[in-house]
Design a protein around this ligand. Structure first.
Ligand code: SAM
Length: 285
C-alpha cells in the first residue's frame, strides 16, 4: 500500500500502534509515520518492525528511543528537534501512548514550550476490553496497574470501591488470580467481572462471571496480556430487605462476625457493610 507522504506541520504527533494484530493501525497513523521527519519510540525494535510490516521506509530519518524514564535528558533532544521546527512522531510499544505508557512528561513539556501537539488516535486495550466485556460503558474508571504489594493493592481497591462506573484494570497475567481474590475480598465476591485476554490476537478470550467465580477458575498464571473489568458497586446487589432478613435469621444462632461473614458470602456483598448492619441488628436498634 502507498502511504501518503506529505510535509507535516512542525510539532509532536502521538501515534497509536496495534495492541496485537498488526493491521489494527489507522491510515492516518501510517501517513504520519511515513511523513514525520523524526520518529521516536518507546521500543525502537518494535517500531522498526511495524514500519517494515507496513512497507514504510525509514530512509535516513532518525529513529530515537524515548520513554519517560529517560528523564529530562531524553526529552531535551526531542524538544530541541521540535524547536528546530521538525515534525516528530512518537509511538509507544503497543496501543495509545500515555495510556499506562510513556509520553505524559513529553506532552506536557512540548505544550509548555508552545509546540503543536496532536494525536493520530487508534487502538487501546481499555476501549477494546470495554467493547467486549458486556458491562455498562456509560461511565468507567481506568485504574491502571494495581500495586504489587498485597496491602497497597487492597488499599487501592478500597479506594475505588464506590466509583459509580465500570472499573478497568491492566493486570499482569501472573497476578490476575491474586488480584481477583483481593478484589472479591474488598469489593464483595458477587460483583460481576470480566477478564479480557490477548485482545485482537489469535487466542483472544473473554471470561465472565462473579469475582469469586473468576478467581476460583484461575490456578496459577494466565498466559498473555490481560485487562480486568469489574462492575460498579450496587449493580448486582440484592435488595437490602433480603440481606436484613438473612442476617436476622443467622444472628439467631451465630455470633455477629460469623453471621456477617456467612451472609456477605451468600449474597456476594461487601463484608464491612454487612458487619455494621449485623451489629445494629444484634443491638436491636
Ligand atoms: N498503551 C497501551 C494501551 O493503550 O492499551 C497499554 C500499555 S500497558 C504497558 C500494557 C498493558 O495493557 C498490558 O499489561 C495489558 O494489561 C494491557 N494490554 C495491552 N495489549 C493487550 C491485549 N492485546 N490484550 C489484553 N490486554 C492488553
Amino acid at each position: 500500500m502507498n502511504h501518503q507522504i506529505s510535509r507535516l506541520q512542525p510539532g509532536l504527533y502521538f501515534v497509536a500502534t496495534p495492541i496485537g494484530t498488526a493491521r489494527d493501525i489507522t491510515l492516518r497513523a501510517l501517513d504520519v509515520l511515513a511523513s514525520a521527519e523524526v520518529i521516536a519510540a518507546e521500543d525502537t525494535r518494535s517500531m522498526r518492525r511495524l514500519l517494515e510490516i507496513h512497507g514504510i521506509k525509514l530512509g535516513d530519518r532518525p529513529l530515537l528511543s524515548y520513554h519517560d524514564h529517560s528523564g529530562a535528558k531524553g526529552r531535551e533532544k526531542l524538544l530541541a528537534l521540535l524547536a528546530e521546527g521538525k515534525s516528530v512522531a512518537y509511538g509507544s510499544e503497543a496501543g495509545t501512548p500515555l495510556i499506562a505508557d510513556p509520553g505524559y512528561h513529553l506532552a506536557r513539556e512540548a505544550m509548555e514550550a508552545g509546540h503543536s501537539v496532536t494525536s493520530a488516535p487508534g487502538p487501546s486495550a481499555i476501549i477494546t476490553a470495554l467493547t467486549l466485556a458486556g458491562l455498562p460503558t456509560d461511565a468507567f474508571f481506568f485504574a491502571g496497574f494495581l500495586p504489587n504489594a498485597k496491602g497497597a493493592r487492597r488499599a487501592a481497591l478500597e479506594a475505588v470501591r464506590e466509583v459509580p462506573g465500570t472499573l478497568v484494570f491492566y493486570e499482569s497475567p501472573k497476578r490476575t488470580g491474586e488480584m481477583l481474590r483481593d478484589a472479591a475480598m474488598v469489593l464483595g465476591g458477587g460483583r460481576q467481572a470480566v477478564i479480557c485476554r490477548e485482545l485482537t490476537k489469535k487466542f483472544e478470550e473473554v471470561r465472565r462471571g462473579t469475582l469469586e467465580e473468576l478467581a476460583a477458575g484461575i490456578d496459577g498464571a494466565l498466559k498473555g496480556e490481560v485487562v480486568v473489568l469489574i462492575d460498579r458497586a450496587g449493580a448486582s446487589e440484592v435488595a437490602e430487605g433480603d440481606v436484613e432478613a438473612a442476617l436476622s435469621e443467622a444472628l439467631e444462632n451465630m455470633s455477629v462476625r460469623d453471621a456477617a461473614d456467612s451472609v456477605a458470602k451468600a449474597f456476594g456483598v461487601n463484608k464491612r457493610k454487612i458487619y455494621q448492619l449485623a451489629l445494629k441488628l444484634s443491638k436491636g436498634s
